[in-house]
Design a protein around this ligand. Sequence first.
Ligand code: HEM
Length: 378
Amino acid sequence: MRQEAPLVRLFDPNLNIPVWVATRYKDVVDLVRDPRFTKDMRKIPDGSPSKLRRIDSMEVINRHMLSSDPPDHTRLRTIVSKAFTPRRVEELRPRVTAITYELLDAAKARGEVDLLDAFAFPLPITVIAELLGVPVEDREQFRDWTTTIINPPVNGDLGPIQQAGMQFIQYFQGLLARRRAEPRDDLLTALMAAEEQGDRLSPQELISMLFLLLVAGHETTVNLIGNGVWALLQNPEQMERLRANPALIESAVEEMLRYRSPVETTTQRWATQDIEFRGQVIPAGESVQGSLLAANHDPEQFPEPEKFDIAREPNRHVAFGFGIHFCLGAPLARLEGAIAINLLLERMPRLRLAVEPSQLRWRDGILVHGLQRLPVAF
Ligand code: HEM
């Protein structure tokens, strides 16, 4: 597609609407920063099929920064941005390290595990739940709700997605009421304070923010760890290189993000008018998505893109997106990925796949790119 049809109009079989997909690095970057596209569904021109297929009951969790344009986007992002700066995130290092060791010890005692279930999933969800102040013991519950909501509807049936959305909202309304009675030193309490000031954050925006942070905080980093370990297992010489020189971890994590990007495509952006792009017209109301994974393998940008090189330099990948919606959690994801992978290699000197590589399966859907399971032995 990148060579022959770099911008194609595909058809989303689940929602029954057209979606344009761009695969070249330069096009993806240009599309996501083009202000003629909107992230705000309310601005989709009336009468377009995308608008008609909107899931109305999801509106209440859809008022977050990734579904907003400036100035709302700027206001919403500013409220939480201080909690995710590299400096603030660095303070989490001791806690992330402790959780990582705990999970690795438990996994090692079992000898053979699905690395996603036993390690890659619990680490980021525990970290984001602690940061927000959400009870960690409820994590399986969020996992069910959030995975149902972000995955394509099965047979086009939107019922389960709406139900999971409602359960999520009810759960958080209960939690917020309890926290209002008993404030703590966590992000939930800080966000409630912003809501109480009235003009900064509406009740709907508060619930939406929690939804976004929880989803973004765990559905993605699990696949940075899973896909990263998979890439090392496929390239044993790179795994040995990293074991011999753990200081390479920062560039290794960047290469993992490029090579098997955990978020495969950007989220959707809608044309607010007919937009001419590279000789084609994207009609008003239709949506575009950039393939981050394809952009990250564009030979125009990355020499030998299919080579996994943990010291690749330069490596200006777009795994975290680009422009004003560039991933807010990038410093946290990088910290978690670096700690998880280095400590895994340190603790598990005989780490190996427990199944034939041909038995591994990737998840369906084009938003999240990750394995269904990653059985390993130590
Ligand atoms: C390896 C892990 C991660 C990857 C690959 C990733 C990727 C992305 C991408 C591609 C976007 C932009 C989507 C678009 O423009 O359509 C994004 C946005 C975002 N991410 Fe991440 N993410 C990761 C981890 C996290 C974490 C740990 C958090 C923390 C809570 C987080 C929070 C966010 C938020 C809040 C946005 C929206 C930013 C905005 O609209 O201004 N992400 N992420």
